[in-house]
Design a protein around this ligand. Structure first.
Ligand SMILES: [Fe+2]
Length: 342
C-alpha cells in the first residue's frame, strides 16, 4: 500500500527543476478542511489562476481532466505539454503547497471526445500518472485504466476520493447531425467497463468514510445539454445511480469538469433518502467566449460562465460534517457559494 506515505512536496531536483517523473506522496492521516479542484487547463494559455487557488490554502488539489490539451497520437507531444505545465512558476506554487491527485478527460487522454478506441491509451496512461506524480509502486501503475481511490483523514473524519476513468473503456459515440444533440444515445453502451464497475462497487460497499467524493470528468447529473455527458449512455448512467442507491455512501458529492462552465446540480434517486450533489468546475484557462444559457433541471443557483476553480470546505465540528462548496475566479472572487444539505 502506498497510501500511508508522507507528502514530500513536488520533488524538485537539486537544481530546483520540476521533473515529469517524480513521486508525490499523500499523507492519509491529515484531516482535510479545504479541497480545491478544477479542469480544462490549456498549458499554452495564461496560468494566472494558481495564486488565487494557493491563497485558499487547500490541503489537496484534485485535477478533474483536460489537465493539458495534448490531443495527439504522438507521445512526445503529450510529454512536452505535461512538462510545459509542470514548469509554469505559477503552477509550481501549487505543487509546493499541496499534494495533488486527479483524473483525465479527453484532451489529456489524447483525442477529443475519445474513448476505448484510442490506440495510444496505455502510453498516455503512463504519462498522466507521471504528471500526477503517482508512485511507481501504486496499484494503478499495474492495471489498465487510471481509476484510483484514496481515503484521507483519521477515523471519524475521513474523505474517500473515488477517481473514475471515463475514457479508457468508454464505448464509441456516433455523431447526431439531425437533432440538437452532438451524439446519438448509445443505448447499451458503457462508460466504465466491467472491471471498473466491480472495483467501484467494492469501493462504495461498506465504506467507513464520512464524505464520498466521486470524480468524473464528464457530467453525470446534467443531462439535457448538447455536449458529451453520461446521459449519452443512459444504461450506464442508470447503473451508476442504482449503485449509489444500493451502496448508500455517506455524503456523496460528484466533481466534474470538461464543460467550460461551472454549476451545482442536485439529484435524489427514488431509492435514496438523501440527495447526490454534483459540482462542475471548468475551465481554469478558458471559458465560453460569449454569454449563454443551457437547460439543467437539476441546477441549483446560477450557471457560471467565467474562468474558475472549485473549493470544498468541510466543517467537522458536528456529527454530520458540513460541506460548503464555492466556485471562484482568477482573483478569488466567489461566483457560487452553497452549503450542501443532505
Ligand atoms: Fe473534455
Amino acid at each position: 500500500m502506498f497510501l500511508g506515505l508522507l507528502f514530500l512536496g513536488a520533488c524538485k531536483t537539486p537544481e530546483g527543476k520540476i521533473q515529469l517523473k517524480r513521486d508525490v506522496f499523500i499523507d492519509t492521516n491529515v484531516t482535510l478542511n479545504r479541497i480545491a479542484f478544477g479542469s480544462c487547463n490549456n498549458e499554452g494559455k495564461e496560468q494566472d489562476i494558481w495564486s488565487a487557488i494557493v491563497d485558499t490554502d487547500p490541503n489537496l488539489w484534485v485535477w478533474l481532466g483536460d489537465n493539458i490539451y495534448g490531443d495527439s497520437y504522438d507521445m512526445s507531444v503529450l510529454a512536452a505539454k505535461y512538462d510545459q505545465q509542470l514548469r509554469h512558476p505559477e503552477y509550481q506554487r501549487l505543487l509546493d503547497h499541496s499534494p495533488i491527485i486527479g483524473i483525465w478527460d479527453d484532451h489529456d487522454y489524447g483525442v477529443n471526445d475519445g474513448g476505448k478506441e484510442y490506440r495510444k491509451k496505455e502510453e498516455s496512461q503512463k504519462l498522466m500518472l507521471d504528471f500526477l506524480g503517482v508512485p511507481e509502486n501504486a496499484p494503478v501503475r499495474k492495471r489498465k485504466g487510471t481509476y484510483q481511490s484514496y481515503t484521507i483523514g483519521e477515523p471519524g473524519k475521513q474523505v474517500k476520493f473515488i477517481l473514475l476513468d471515463t475514457r479508457y473503456f468508454r464505448d464509441p459515440l456516433e455523431s447526431d447531425l439531425l437533432s440538437k444533440q452532438r451524439y446519438k444515445p448509445n443505448v447499451d453502451g458503457d462508460v466504465l467497463g466491467e472491471k471498473q464497475w466491480k472495483w467501484l462497487e467494492k469501493e462504495l460497499t461498506d465504506s467507513k468514510a464520512q464524505v464520498h467524493i466521486i470524480a468524473s470528468s464528464i457530467q453525470l447529473i446534467s443531462a439535457e445539454h448538447y455536449w458529451e455527458k453520461w446521459a449519452n449512455f443512459p444504461k450506464a448512467r442508470k447503473r451508476f445511480f442504482d449503485l449509489i442507491e444500493k451502496t448508500k455512501p455517506a455524503l456523496p458529492l460528484i466533481l466534474s469538469g470538461d464543460r467550460h462552465i461551472a454549476e451545482l446540480s442536485k439529484f435524489q434517486p427514488d431509492g435514496l433518502d438523501y440527495p447526490i450533489y454534483e459540482l462542475t468546475s471548468s475551465g481554469l484557462t478558458h471559458t465560453w467566449s460569449s454569454p449563454g444559457e443551457e437547460a439543467n433541471q437539476h441546477r441549483i443557483g446560477s450557471l457560471v460562465i467565467k474562468r474558475n476553480f472549485g473549493l470544498l470546505e468541510i466543517d467537522w465540528s458536528s456529527e454530520l460534517p458540513k460541506l460548503q462548496i464555492s466556485v471562484r475566479g482568477t482573483e478569488g472572487q466567489v461566483f457560487l457559494d452553497e452549503t450542501l444539505s443532505y
